[in-house]
Ligand binder design. Sequence first.
Ligand code: PLP
Length: 295
Amino acid sequence: MDFSLIDVQGVEAKWLTDKEVSLDVLRLDKMHAVVSGNKWFKLKHYLAEAKSFERDTIATFGGAWSNHIIAASYAAKDAGLKSIGVIRGEQPQQLSYTLATAAEYGMDLRFISREQYKQKDEIIKKLDKHNVYWIDEGGYGLLGAKGAAEIVNTIDTKKYSHIIAAVGTGTMLAGLVSASQPNQTIIGISSMKKNFGLTLKVIELLSTRTAARFEINHDYHFGRYGKHSDTLISFINAVYLKHQLPLDIIYTGKTFYAIKDMVEKNRFRSGSSLLMIHSGGLQGNRGLPAKVLAF
Ligand SMILES: *Cc1c(COP(=O)(O)O)cnc(C)c1O
């Protein structure tokens, strides 16, 4: 993990200058080649708490291409803790890149049928031991948001009028909101279809003082979570060729697309300065067939 590699990339494009809007991208993806940017921030306080409770193992949940699983395996190893990954679905003949890498980092993978996976409490009851510290799927929770708040302090973010980020569980968004300035608006782009319960999930992690500063946009899920259309793939390739900005198909590609679309639709007043959080997740692109992406 190398924080000195995090930087800000300015985006120059006609669709921005036409509307007198500026856009910078905070490249959290640069801090590590496979471990997703925001996941590491979300995990750090859970790992610290696990240690303070004198647990020697962390356990958590995720799917075959989960950025959270790969980050948890890496972060646990880094902290000198063992890790268990409860994985949704039957064990495949060949592990996904994500799971193979998590196993390489020492994660003990336990495959659970999709049906059983829904009963997380039952799984925890079965696998629980006094030495295990459980982390919610995606790192959802107060400690996750506390870690994500530190994203805002990796650079000087005060000058931006809007901070825009992809949303899964809402944990990162809550962190960004809690660390934002009163005059800033934080916009989350949901990667899931019609997940309207998200707003409450985010508010649960916030104080009333900050809860009015965010909004969640549900228009850019491209079908559903994990789904990507040819339009999205072409868009991601075009952005890479023009800006040398690699995006992932689950989260950041949809977010960048949303920003462009919202700018073109006059969603931002002229003079607005936008900061997009590139939250990482590039390893998930390895689930695509070769040569679909230009990078
Ligand atoms: C997990 C993830 C998100 C969503 O974060 P939440 O805190 O779950 O909302 C966004 N971008 C990337 C790349 C992720 O891996």
